[in-house]
Design a protein. Structure first.
Length: 286
């Protein structure tokens, strides 16, 4: 990696631990410029040679204000933590039913193929970390980072790993990424939780005082109806971790565009729910 400054990670951690400031960011313009961010939302200028290279993966649809807020917030936070990183935003072409798992899988592959990242942080568009000392890196085990969400006043249920989840490259490969088969709202995070458990990867969760996130308000989205079949699907999906995910992604979508926007890489894809389910009918209805 070029242009990296060596820095003492221990000192930096100490500094962050002392800094217990709450971040309080709304939709206002942030008082920073992003002159060191390269097109596609990459930052390699003044980061630590020893730290991990981190990819932020944001599944996205029709929430422009939230996207602008979270991306700006992340650039500021990650630069203050001296991390090398890239931000990837994946979006489905309408008309479609939202599919968060498939979107995250495609963005992961794009990031992996171009960046050789050490750590992948799967990040909802509507969550803003409130703590400066919440380090955006991976641990040895999958790490649930959003342990306190202001929308739920904590966690909605104990096994919940949605919101912000950090997986290193080995973790993502072992669980075969996310299921591609959950269209509509709900399920992809619960199935990931099962995959992590079934593959015995273990799981850590950031303490609630550090993993504190402000939830930006939103209504239920029009292209994302609740998937009421999800509980029924869990049993068969659970048996097919190795057949449903990164290994089966290739024929399920069309890559329309990868665009280097100033603050993130935008990945635009098309997929058809009926075709995807038809191609996987042995799993969906098995
Ligand atoms: N999402 C989006 N547009 C949509 C639906 C979902 O951008 O129309 C993405 C976004 O990253 C969001 C995440 O999927 O944070 C989870 O969806 P949602 O916020 O509706 O879930 P909830 O807050 O109810 O867990
Ligand atoms: Mn949300």
């Amino acid at each position: 990696m070029d242009n990296v400054l060596p820095c003492n990670v221990e000192d930096r951690l100490q500094e962050l631990l002392l800094d217990d400031e709450e971040t309080n960011i709304g939709n206002d313009e942030l008082p920073v410029t992003f002159k060191d961010v390269q097109p596609g939302g990459k930052y390699v200028q003044k980061c630590c040679a020893f730290a991990q290279k981190v990819a932020i993966i944001i599944p996205y649809g029709d929430r422009k204000e939230q996207l602008d807020t979270v991306v700006r917030h992340l650039h500021r936070l990650l630069q203050s933590q001296h991390l090398c990183y890239g931000i990837y935003v994946s979006e489905l072409a309408y008309p479609t039913v939202f599919n968060k798992g498939l979107l995250m899988n495609v963005a992961y592959l794009t990031a992996r193929d171009e960046g050789h990242y050490d750590c992948y942080i799967f990040h909802d568009v509507d969550l803003i970390s409130q703590k400066e000392r919440h380090l955006y890196i991976c641990g040895e085990k999958p790490n649930h980072m959003s342990s306190f969400n202001t929308k739920f006043g904590g966690l909605p249920y104990i096994k919940y790993i949605g919101g912000v989840l950090a997986l290193n490259d080995t973790h993502v490969r072992v669980v075969n990424g996310f299921s591609n088969l959950l269209f509509g709202w709900g399920g992809e995070d619960d199935v990931m939780e099962m995959r992590i458990a079934d593959k015995h990867l273990g799981l850590t969760r950031v303490s609630a005082d550090i993993g504190r996130y402000k939830a930006l308000p939103h209504d239920r989205d029009k292209g994302n109806p609740v998937n009421n079949d999800r509980y029924k699907m869990y049993r068969t999906l659970r048996k097919h971790t190795d057949q449903d995910g990164l290994t089966s992604l290739a024929g399920l979508y069309e890559l329309l565009k990868v665009e280097r926007r100033p603050l993130y890489t935008w990945i635009y894809i098309k997929c058809n729910k009926t075709e995807v389910l038809q191609k996987n009918k042995n799993i969906v209805f098995g």
